[in-house]
Design a binder for this molecule. Structure first.
Ligand code: CO
Length: 145
């Protein structure tokens, strides 16, 4: 154990740095490249990076990333549709929204950072795109370990 401990600390340090970042790609086929993303419960700040690797403009195939508890995501997605493209399809000042990026079109990237304390280990969280109708295909689980 005396020999293993420094190695474990070193390894956890490396993993920790990686698991506070969520890196997602979205495309013109209305899909994210991952269905599950994982972050560490010890993250002080969590950054979501979204890259739209398609070519269509935001008006036709805009994507964002929104995080809510899993039981709220569908209602937030539907409320977001009413906010329109100008509102990034996110309901303004909605306490159910834990994090959200702006809407981007093909070839663009965006990111957002939020406090890790907003997530609880073992909680059920969903990440999704809130562009109208996209949540049906563009969603996945955010796991906090
Ligand atoms: Co989308």
């Amino acid at each position: 154990m005396r020999i293993l401990l420094p190695l474990l600390l070193l390894a956890s340090g490396v993993v920790h740095a990686e698991t506070c970042d969520i890196n997602l790609k979205a495309n013109d086929a209305m899909k994210f490249d991952q269905r599950t993303v994982t972050v560490d419960q010890t993250c002080k700040a969590i950054t979501i990076n979204l890259a739209h690797v398609g070519k269509l403009p935001a008006k036709a195939m805009g994507h964002n990333v929104v995080v809510t508890s899993s039981d709220a995501f569908q209602a937030v997605a539907q409320a977001g549709a009413k906010a329109g493209l100008a509102g990034d399809y996110v309901p303004a000042s909605d306490p159910r929204v834990i994090a959200s990026t702006k809407i981007i079109g093909g070839g663009e990237t965006t990111s957002t950072t939020f406090a890790g304390s907003l997530l609880k280990a073992g909680g059920a969280y969903t990440f999704f795109c809130s562009a109208p109708g996209h949540w049906m295909l563009m969603r996945g689980q955010l796991v906090v370990k």
